[in-house]
Structure formats: structure tokens, C-alpha cells
Design a protein around this ligand. Structure first.
Ligand SMILES: *[C@@H]1O[C@H](CO)[C@@H](O)[C@H](O)[C@H]1NC(C)=O
Ligand SMILES: *[C@@H]1O[C@H](CO)[C@@H](O)[C@H](O)[C@H]1NC(C)=O
Ligand SMILES: *[C@@H]1O[C@H](CO)[C@@H](O)[C@H](O)[C@H]1NC(C)=O
Ligand SMILES: *[C@@H]1O[C@H](CO)[C@@H](O)[C@H](O)[C@H]1NC(C)=O
Ligand SMILES: *[C@@H]1O[C@H](CO)[C@@H](O)[C@H](O)[C@H]1NC(C)=O
Ligand SMILES: *[C@@H]1O[C@H](CO)[C@@H](O)[C@H](O)[C@H]1NC(C)=O
Ligand SMILES: *[C@@H]1O[C@H](CO)[C@@H](O)[C@H](O)[C@H]1NC(C)=O
Ligand SMILES: *[C@@H]1O[C@H](CO)[C@@H](O)[C@H](O)[C@H]1NC(C)=O
Ligand SMILES: *[C@@H]1O[C@H](CO)[C@@H](O)[C@H](O)[C@H]1NC(C)=O
Ligand SMILES: *[C@@H]1O[C@H](CO)[C@@H](O)[C@H](O)[C@H]1NC(C)=O
Length: 391
């Protein structure tokens, strides 16, 4: 700013003028042409008073113009609050700012006053209570992130009123329960849904949900305790989630045979089926044949052994797209599986926690390789030293 203002007397005047009106010089920041509404300001102060804030996350929440407060973004014309970003780092106890979070007993209902909110991120805080029902009244929301925030109890069906929502992340709240998924039918614009670690107790209609959310691009349901039976009539359905690109079903209780719908997921690029028991027959080969569009495949802890990876069973034309392959934590013993060396598209390979012990072939395109916790180190020439291109 000093340089700009030093250019001449006129410019100095211009800068002072701009600073007085918009708190910036030369339009660097322009969020606060208009003051925030008193009603919204008071709602924020009520929220501030309802939480414990040891790290001073809300220390800038003083003064009249709440559009300048940390985490707040207002509409440039109306001054209404559009974004509230109060991401903390509560569950990440190893991170540097490990106490950078808010604590409270559920989120204060005063936030219901922020009726123009489009973006709400309360993730990484310790709210230690239920998800409040008023969330469903924030009708303009397109982004809602309540992950890692110690919410528990039943997901309120009021969330289903948020028909503009594109992103909903309720993951990693230990003790959050879905007892009925009917609310999901209201979310017709949803593109990303993350319910990882949510407990699905009697939500028999969750297979239905997959059918009713055609706009979904990214779905994460890892660690949800789901099994094939939960898919109900949709187990044999040939087409659900037509636009899905990213599907994480890892660490559930699914078993082969695969649900028929995999066959029609022609845009699927990312699939995580970790902990899916692939040990019988040629399920691994079948899976690859079913979804040739995959570029990233996670099959950690799938009971795969060398017989499943033997070349004669595999259809190599389905391998050409795979760039990231995770086969960690499988009972793979002995020689490095030779077909992996022929996967010319492969960039990242995870073979940690296997029992492979041979040397590695040179794979010039590889940029990431994880060989931790296995037996490669027992042989002299592990070949790793020749993979100079690894990053
Ligand atoms: C903003 O609020 C301050 C203090 O309440 C007031 O003096 C000022 O006139 C207001 N500005 C606008 C543009 O409303
Ligand atoms: C600054 O705000 C004014 C009035 O709200 C708006 O018309 C203008 O486009 C904004 N300028 C920038 C660079 O954002
Ligand atoms: C939600 O917040 C968490 C933690 O703050 C972050 O890791 C995650 O990517 C966010 N989810 C989405 C969909 O943006
Ligand atoms: C929001 O959803 C709940 C539960 O589904 C319903 O009872 C309520 O009438 C809805 N409210 C509005 C304003 O749509
Ligand atoms: C799915 O199809 C298989 C064989 O075609 C059949 O045995 C099974 O009962 C079907 N499951 C459902 C839930 O319809
Ligand atoms: C879905 O896959 C089945 C084969 O499993 C095929 O017969 C059907 O035409 C496909 N449907 C669509 C819409 O692609
Ligand atoms: C995987 O399934 C096979 C038979 O289908 C069974 O023998 C084996 O115990 C299962 N493995 C695990 C880890 O459950
Ligand atoms: C191999 O995969 C390709 C592409 O999915 C498919 O068209 C072909 O029929 C498969 N071949 C065999 C022998 O399964
Ligand atoms: C590598 O593992 C295989 C199968 O477990 C074993 O037969 C072989 O002796 C091992 N080779 C070395 C050099 O340890
Ligand atoms: C790998 O490719 C080479 C040369 O194209 C071929 O001779 C070999 O059989 C392939 N190996 C496997 C396991 O497919």
C-alpha cells in the first residue's frame, strides 16, 4: 500500500478516501462497502457468547461492521452474511495448532438469524451435542460442513429442507446416527455427500437414497457398517448414481458378488472397496472388468493373495487407466507381481503391509511407492535404489 500511495498527492488522497470508505486501498478488499445488519451482528455475538473460545478464534468479533470479522463474508451489495467459515482443528490432536477450536453444547440457535447464508463450515470444533434443527431453515445453503465436530444423536430430518445444497459433509462425528434417510430425498441438487462413520441403524431406505440422488458425483460411506442386505432391492438394480465419479465404500461389510450397478457406473474414476473380502474366485479380475473407467482403486485389506493377481486371470485392457493402486494389507507373498510392471499408466502404488520379498522392476513412470512394513528389506537388492525418479 505504501508504494502505491507514494506515487503522488492525488493518489494519496484517493487512498485515504478509499480507506475511509471500504477499509482498503485500491480495492484490494471490497467486502464492506455496506455495514452488516444489526440483526445478523447480534446473532453472531450471541453465538460468540455461547461457545468457549480458548484459542481466540473469534477475537476479531468486535466493533460494528461484522463483515470485517474473521470467518465472515458479506454480500457486497446487500451486506447480508453469505459465508461463515469457522473451521477448527479439534480432532487433529497432532497438528500444530491443536487447540484451535470452539467448544460448546450444540451450535447456538442464534445462527438461524443468518438467513442468507450460502456457505457454513463448523467442522473441526467440539460441539458435543445434537445437530440443531434450525440448520434446515437456512434455505440458501449450498455448502454445509459439520464434519469432525463431535455432533451426536440422530441426524435431524430438517436437513432435507435444504434443496439448494450441493455439498453436505457430516463425516467423522462419532455417535452420529442415521435412523431414517427419508430426509435425503429433499436434496435434489446434492453433488457431494460424505457420511463416513455415521451409524446406519435402521435406515433400511438408504439403498433407495442412492436411487433418488442422480446428481451425486462424490459419495463417501466408509466405516458405516453397511452390508449387501442394506442395498435391498437395489442390489440387482442395473442403474443408480449415473453421474458418480468418486465412490468410497471402504470398511463396511460388503461381500461378493458385486452389486450389478457397478457395471453401469461408466464415469467412476475413484473406488475404495477396502475390507471387501475378494478372496473367493476371480473377484478381483471381475471387478476390474466391470469398471474399466477407474483411475484410482483402493483395495486395502481385501484378503487378496498371489493367486488372485496371477496374470492369466487378468484382463490387461482394463488396467490402462489405473494410475493409483492400493493393495496394502493383503496376504501377498513372494515375488513382486509381474503384471504391475506392465501397468504403464501407474503413478502411485501402495504395497505396504504385504509379504513380498523380491526385488523391484524399474517402473519409470512411478512417482509414489509405499513399501513400508513388509519383507522387501530382507533381500539385498530391493531395487528401490534404482527408482531414482520417485518423488
Ligand atoms: C456503518 O456504521 C457506522 C456505525 O454504526 C455508521 O457511522 C456508518 O454511517 C454506517 N455506514 C453505512 C454505509 O451504513
Ligand atoms: C465493490 O463493491 C461494489 C458495490 O458493492 C461493486 O459494485 C463492485 O463490483 C465491487 N468491486 C469489486 C472489485 O469487487
Ligand atoms: C469439511 O471439513 C473437513 C475438516 O475441516 C475437511 O477435511 C473436508 O474436506 C471438508 N469437506 C468438504 C466436502 O469440503
Ligand atoms: C423442514 O423439515 C421438517 C422435517 O422434515 C418439517 O417438519 C418442516 O416443516 C420443514 N420446515 C420447512 C420450513 O420447510
Ligand atoms: C439378485 O439376483 C440374484 C440372482 O440373479 C438373486 O438370487 C437374488 O435373490 C437377487 N436379490 C435381490 C435382492 O433381488
Ligand atoms: C446397465 O447394464 C446392463 C448390463 O448389466 C445393460 O443391459 C443396460 O443396458 C445398462 N443400462 C444403461 C442405462 O446403461
Ligand atoms: C473371506 O472369505 C473367505 C471365503 O469366502 C473366507 O474363507 C475368509 O475367512 C474370509 N476372510 C476374512 C478375513 O473374513
Ligand atoms: C477386457 O476388458 C475390455 C474392456 O472392459 C472388454 O471389452 C473385453 O471384453 C474384456 N475381455 C475379456 C476377455 O474379458
Ligand atoms: C520369499 O517368499 C517366498 C514365499 O513366502 C519364499 O518361498 C521365499 O523363500 C522367500 N524368498 C526370500 C529370498 O526370502
Ligand atoms: C509384460 O509385457 C511384456 C512385454 O510386452 C510381456 O512379454 C509380458 O508377458 C508381460 N507380462 C505380464 C505379466 O503381462
Amino acid at each position: 500500500m505504501g508504494n502505491w500511495c507514494g506515487l503522488g498527492l492525488h493518489l494519496i488522497f484517493l487512498c485515504v478516501f478509499l480507506v475511509a470508505n471500504t477499509y482498503t486501498c485500491l480495492g484490494v478488499r471490497n467486502t464492506s462497502v455496506i455495514n452488516c445488519s444489526q440483526q445478523e451482528r447480534l446473532a453472531l455475538l450471541k453465538f460468540k457468547n455461547s461457545v468457549r473460545d480458548r484459542a481466540g478464534m473469534l477475537s476479531s468479533w468486535v466493533g460494528n461492521d461484522c463483515c470485517l470479522w474473521r470467518g465472515i463474508q458479506c454480500d457486497g451489495v446487500s451486506g447480508n452474511i453469505q459465508r461463515l467459515d469457522l473451521k477448527g482443528d479439534y480432532p487433529y490432536i497432532y497438528s500444530y495448532y491443536y487447540d484451535y477450536y470452539l467448544a460448546g453444547n450444540s451450535a447456538s440457535s442464534s445462527l438461524a438469524e443468518l438467513r442468507h447464508l450460502k456457505y457454513l463450515d463448523l467442522s473441526g470444533n467440539n460441539f458435543h451435542g445434537i445437530i440443531p434443527e434450525f440448520i434446515g431453515s437456512l434455505k440458501q445453503l449450498t455448502y454445509l460442513n459439520l464434519s469432525h465436530a463431535s455432533f451426536n444423536g440422530i441426524i435431524p430430518p430438517h436437513i432435507g429442507n435444504l434443496s439448494n445444497l450441493k455439498v453436505l459433509d457430516l463425516s467423522s462425528n462419532r455417535g452420529l446416527i442415521a435412523d431414517d434417510m427419508a430426509w435425503a430425498f429433499g436434496l435434489s441438487s446434492l453433488e457431494l455427500l460424505d457420511l463416513s462413520l455415521v451409524v446406519f441403524t435402521e435406515a433400511q431406505d438408504w439403498g433407495m437414497v442412492l436411487h433418488m440422488m442422480p446428481s451425486l458425483i462424490k459419495l463417501s460411506l466408509s466405516w458405516c457398517g453397511l452390508s449387501n442386505a442394506d442395498l435391498g432391492p437395489f442390489l440387482n438394480s442395473s442403474r443408480i448414481l449415473p453421474n458418480i465419479q468418486h465412490l468410497d465404500l471402504g470398511y463396511n461389510s460388503f461381500k461378493a458378488p458385486f452389486p450389478a450397478f457397478f457395471q453401469n457406473m461408466t464415469s467412476l474414476a475413484f473406488l475404495d472397496l477396502s475390507y471387501f473380502n475378494l478372496s473367493s474366485g476371480s473377484n478381483f479380475a471381475k471387478l476390474l472388468n466391470m469398471i474399466p473407467s477407474l483411475s484410482e482403486l483402493h483395495l486395502s485389506d481385501c484378503s487378496l493373495d498371489m493367486t488372485h493377481l496371477s496374470s492369466h486371470r487378468l484382463n490387461f485392457s482394463t488396467f490402462f487407466n489405473i494410475q493409483h493402486l492400493d493393495l496394502s494389507n493383503n496376504p501377498l507373498e513372494g515375488d513382486f507381481p509381474s503384471f504391475l510392471a506392465n501397468m504403464t499408466s501407474l503413478r502411485v502404488l501402495d504395497l505396504s503391509e504385504t509379504m513380498l520379498n523380491s526385488s523391484l522392476p524399474i517402473m519409470p513412470k512411478l512417482t509414489g511407492l509405499d513399501l513400508s512394513r513388509n519383507k522387501f528389506m530382507q533381500v539385498e537388492d530391493v531395487g528401490i535404489w534404482r527408482q531414482c525418479h520417485l518423488k
